[in-house]
Structures are given as C-alpha cells and as structure tokens.
Design a protein around this ligand. Structure first.
Ligand code: PGA
Length: 256
C-alpha cells in the first residue's frame, strides 16, 4: 500500500491565532500516526513561518497557497520560491481554480511555477479540473489533460518524481459545489494516470493523485477506496478539526 495524502488549504479563512491553534491540534492528531499517512496544511502566508516552527514537519507538511515563478526581482506583492524554501516550506499549491479564475493564472505561467518549485527542492501540488461548461460539453478529460501536460511540460522525467496532482473539478468546490461521484473521480484519475505514465513511464505510477471538491464525512471513505485516489485535498470539512481528525484516523487505521 502506498502513502495516503490528506491535506487542507485554509484559503483566506482563519485569523492568525486561530490558524496557529488549528495547526497545534493537527500536530496533536498526527503525533502518533504512521509515516504512510502524510498530512499537510496550507495556511495563509502570514502564518507559514510560525506554523513551521510549531510543526513536526515529518508528520505534517506546511505549504504555500501560491508562489511566484521567479527567485527574486522587482515584483511588488509577490513571494518567491527562494523565500519560501528559506523558511522551510515543503509543498507549493499551484493553480487552484480560484487562482485560475480570479487571478488569471494560465497553464503557461503555472508551468514556470511548477518548475521553480522543483528547482528549489519543494513539491509542487498542481491543481487541475474542468468547469461546469467543460463538463457539460464532454470536455472534462481534454481539459484536465491540457492542464496536466502544459503544467508539467518543463520537468524532466526524473523531476516528475517530486510532483503531486490534485484533481478538483470547479463545479465541485465550495459552498455551491456538488461533490463528484467517486466513480467519476476514478475515471478522471485513470485518464490522468495514463497521461503521467506516458510522460514518465513507471514514475507516473508513483505520482500522488488527490481528489478535492466538497469532500465530506459521507463520501471520503468511498473516495479513498478508489484505486487511483492516493489522497484527499479537503476544504471546509477539514477546517473543522474534529472532522479532519476523523478522516486522518480512519486512513491511519485502514490504509497502513
Ligand atoms: P471544499 O474546497 O472542500 O470546501 O469544496 C476544496 C478546495 O477548494 O480545495
């Protein structure tokens, strides 16, 4: 059984103290879990440094929600891979649908960020997923493949070993989201797996594929049971620490 990845992106929710309190609880929960369960929390930039100090990074990685693609320069308001590496960030979430939708991130720009993350010895977590129109037009696989192929285009086969992918259909995310059916998720994950194996041979088999989008206490077990689902990237449900705890402990009991 390979590793299970369970992570959450706190987006622009939770204040400074609240985030640190949350991280403290996650640390307590992950203290005694197997190393086969990899938990990660991606808080706002403000708290990353202190969160890392308070965290045993082995049990719980701390990540960034975005990152510039350039090491340094005159880019007001940006945060660079070099700066994130210096403070001990492990994982960079790149291309969440909210970044693509509200901040105009393109596949081409994301390819540079993915490369920068690998160059600075962090792990890019590339988020992909079709929107409702693309789904209704039977273009889900084509959309996801395009995002994957362009997003990973700058990496060598060897570098692909460091990548993680989150499949997050836009129509499944957030308050108005409808969770994707686990069978549908598996179908798309299989398409992604085939693509990764074409790009990287056997290494493609090892690249973790996470699902995200309205994961909740009623669907997480079935999602985790799917062959090509290597983990979950959870929003609202995980922000309630007791619910995140249930999911982590379930995985620890059943998947190690
Ligand atoms: P959600 O968020 O679980 O609250 O739908 C998922 C995400 O945006 O990653």
């Amino acid at each position: 059984m390979s590793k299970i990845y369970l992570g959450t992106n706190l987006k622009m929710f939770k204040g400074y103290q609240e985030t640190l309190e949350y991280i403290k609880r996650v640390n307590e929960i992950t203290q005694n879990i197997s190393s086969d369960i990899q938990v990660f929390v991606i808080p706002s930039f403000l708290t990353i440094s202190e969160a890392i100090e308070k965290t045993q990074q082995k049990n719980c990685w701390i990540g960034s929600q975005n990152m510039a693609s350039i090491a340094e320069g005159a880019y007001t308001g940006e945060i660079s891979p070099k700066q994130l590496k210096e403070i001990g960030v492990t994982i960079n979430e790149l291309g969440h649908s909210e970044r693509r939708q509200f901040f105009g991130e393109t596949d081409q720009e994301l390819a540079k960020k993915v490369k920068a993350s690998v160059d600075f010895k962090m792990r890019p977590l590339l988020c992909v997923g079709e929107n409702a129109l693309e789904k209704d037009s039977n273009a889900s696989s084509a959309t996801v493949l395009r995002q994957l192929q362009i997003g990973l285009a700058k990496l060598t086969v060897e570098e692909l070993k460091n990548v993680m992918i989150a499949y997050e259909p836009v129509w499944a995310i957030g308050e108005n989201g409808v969770p994707a059916e686990p069978t549908y998720v598996e179908e798309i994950h299989q398409v992604m797996r085939d693509c990764l194996m074409t790009l990287a041979g056997e290494i493609g088999q090892e690249i973790p594929l996470l699902y995200g989008g309205s994961v909740n206490l009623a669907n997480y077990q079935e999602l985790l049971s799917k062959k090509n689902v290597d983990g979950l990237f959870i929003g609202r449900t995980a922000w309630e620490i007791e619910k995140f705890k249930e999911i982590i402990l379930f995985a620890n009991k059943n998947y190690v």
